[in-house]
Design a protein around this ligand. Structure first.
Ligand code: GTP
Ligand code: SPV
Ligand code: MN
Length: 580
């Protein structure tokens, strides 16, 4: 196979000359190709077949133990000018980055197959969708891209029609952490990733293209590429709303996108558009419309059980690739929080011994096509996207941030987004549980200076008077004993319901310095295991703690110097004044 697109042909030839693969395989995205790649990996021991009776067509991949998460300290944005990348990114001068990366890529595919993987981010017939091609020496990457994106012939045809695509070059190299770099060249619509076979480091359509490169293009072209789920909510009366929510990695997007209503709200229908990334565009009427650029999920496995997320639990019972879970004596996948079964072999393939830590890696993941999601919404394939009624920001904070509050207006909402803080998780290497600023949940993913990014967000306020309302939520408040104050998961619909009632102007609110909060009676707790005291704590706004928080937010914002929009400082001052 080859292509009529000369630029693509040339790039593949140049890359082959540099990396010297034994053969080149153009991926067509067919079922036969998918099965052949699985067989190849099974033969090599790169995949292990799980119990075919209870988990048909499910496989386990064990990644290198040093390669189990995104590596933010090894991820670079390579713009000619350092200030363009901003204090939020690691920066390398593009010439130096190319030299360093090409040195690593030289000859790295000897004896290996080079896969050329054309893909489309978004419905193939959507004007909002964008294509890319990933060149990789990893069959694991190729099969994951097949599950996660619209990969193969149709994408290549679109590339040949449009002539435009993002290039991503990837090699697992020798998996040496000292020779691992994820580099982005936004000017060139180019990604070079070396030395990791894991998730966001290697599946270049996801974080590298659909967030870092796309956020750059979006700034230029007037749209937004965000780390957001998109969920469809239908009330018992048949009223439909679409909500987009940005939470940092491993902070609940997949779970909220697949929520199952609690019994007392049984008449509600909740359907998934996307669980990780949203591309948002203003249409001619000024409505903000969202597409999910992905068509599959790379989701956190631990904690998935029939009570927390039955949709996901059922979804991953067939045709799923598991990465870094444990297995039982019956060769079924096992993870902490599965709710039944016992691990026999841990994620590294050793006999399970609690002294070695958890049986499944805390960042173990499932890869599965979205079609298998019992709550899949057909609107996920609508080329026009879905109209967004509300944008929600959130973080994992044991203290301070209330269960929910509404920003006063768009400008204040941008401040609320810019101020998001969250405890770090196992989704990236490094210490877990450290609270850090993660503006719009985009700290690891914004491809340019946050100062400019916030200015871009603010510009939407001048372009439309039909923008969604902005909210902030926190499902993770804890009591003195470290127990969650809020039950979370399905019960989060109680909060989404208040949000929709606010959007529709059907419910009042308590006005506070930080925004509009529900009064206790505004949250329907019928059938919920939440005491009146807990709800009071969840909805409290303590001026003293918030004054300290606002000081911390200000010093964070000041890091962006003259790139920081004045509007954000004005919004900040207004909150401080209101706190008294
Ligand atoms: P990425 O894929 O890394 O971007 O993460 P995500 O935001 O999709 O996170 P996900 O939904 O996979 O949740 C991560 C972890 O948070 C899982 O272990 C969940 O069980 C847990 N979690 C999700 N929602 C809730 C909630 O409402 N309450 C509590 N207490 N935990 C939750
Ligand atoms: C995240 O870390 O936010 C993820 C997983 O969604 S990864 O694809 O590894 O980035
Ligand atoms: Mn994510």
């Amino acid at each position: 196979m080859t292509t009529s697109n000369a630029a693509l042909r040339r790039w593949v030839e140049e890359t082959a000359a540099l990396t010297k693969p034994a053969s080149i395989h153009w991926c067509d995205g067919s079922d036969g190709e998918y099965r052949a790649l699985l067989d190849l990996m099974l033969g090599r021991g790169d995949l292990i077949r799980l119990n075919p009776e209870t988990y048909p067509n499910c496989y386990l991949h064990r990644s290198d133990p040093t390669d189990v998460a995104r590596v933010e300290h090894l991820t670079f944005v390579c713009t000619p000018d350092k200030a363009t990348a901003g204090p939020n990114n690691n920066w390398l001068e593009p010439g130096e980055a190319h030299r360093r990366m090409d040195g690593l890529f030289a000859g790295c595919m000897q004896g290996r197959t080079m896969y050329v993987v054309p893909y489309c981010m978004g419905p193939i017939d959507s004007p909002y969708a964008r294509c890319g091609v990933e060149i990789t020496d990893s069959a694991y990457v190729a099969v994951n891209m097949r599950l996660m994106t619209r990969m193969g012939r149709a994408a290549l045809e679109r590339i040949e029609r449009e002539g435009r695509f993002v290039r991503g070059l990837h090699s697992t190299g020798d998996l040496n952490p000292d020779r691992r770099f994820i580099t982005h060249f936004p000017d060139e619509l180019l990604i070079k990733s070396f030395g990791s076979g894991y998730g966001g480091n290697a599946l270049l359509g996801k974080k590298c293209h659909a967030l870092r490169i796309a956020s750059w293009q979006a700034a230029d072209e007037g749209w937004l590429a965000e780390h957001m789920l998109i969920v469809e909510l239908e009330s018992p009366a048949g009223e439909r709303h679409y909500v987009a929510a940005a939470f940092p990695s491993a902070c609940g997007k997949t779970n909220l996108a697949m929520l199952i209503p609690p019994e007392s709200l049984a008449g509600w229908k909740v359907r998934t558009i996307g669980d990780d990334i949203a591309w948002l565009h203003l249409d001619a009427e000024g409505t903000l419309r969202a597409i999910n650029p992905e068509s599959g999920y790379f989701g956190v496995v631990p904690g998935t059980n029939p009570d927390t997320n039955r949709n996901a639990f059922d979804m991953i019972r067939r045709d799923t690739i598991f990465t870094n879970v444990a297995v039982t004596a019956d060769n079924e996948p096992w993870w902490e929080g599965k709710g039944h079964g016992t691990p026999a072999i841990d994620w590294q393939g050793r006999p399970y011994d609690p002294a070695n830590g958890p049986a499944a890696h805390p960042n173990s993941r499932f890869t599965v096509t979205a079609r298998q999601n019992p709550s899949y919404s057909p609107m996920a394939d609508d080329p026009a996207g879905v109209p967004i009624s509300a944008i929600i920001f959130g973080g994992r904070r044991r203290e301070l941030a209330p269960l929910v509050y509404q920003a006063k207006d768009w400008q204040h909402g941008v401040l609320v987004g810019a101020s998001v803080a969250s405890e770090t998780t196992a989704a990236a290497t490094g210490k877990v549980g450290v609270t850090r600023r993660d503006p719009m949940a985009m700290k690891p993913f914004c491809g340019y200076n946050f100062g400019d990014y916030w200015r871009h967000w603010l510009s939407f306020g001048e372009r439309s008077d039909r923008l969604p309302a902005i909210f902030h939520v926190n499902w993770f408040r804890q009591d003195d004993q470290g127990r969650f104050l809020w039950p979370g998961f399905g019960d989060n619909l109680r909060v989404l319901r208040w949000i929709i009632d606010r959007v529709e102007g059907r419910v009042g609110a308590r006005e506070t310095a930080i925004g509009h909060l529900p009064r206790p009676e505004d949250i329907d707790l019928n059938g919920a295991d939440v005491s009146a005291d807990a709800l009071k704590a969840l909805l409290a706004v303590e001026p003293a703690s918030w004054r300290t928080e606002m000081e911390s937010i200000e010093s964070y914002l000041q890091e962006y110097g003259n790139r920081l929009p004045d509007v954000l400082l004005e919004q900040h001052r207004a909150v401080v004044r209101a706190l008294g």
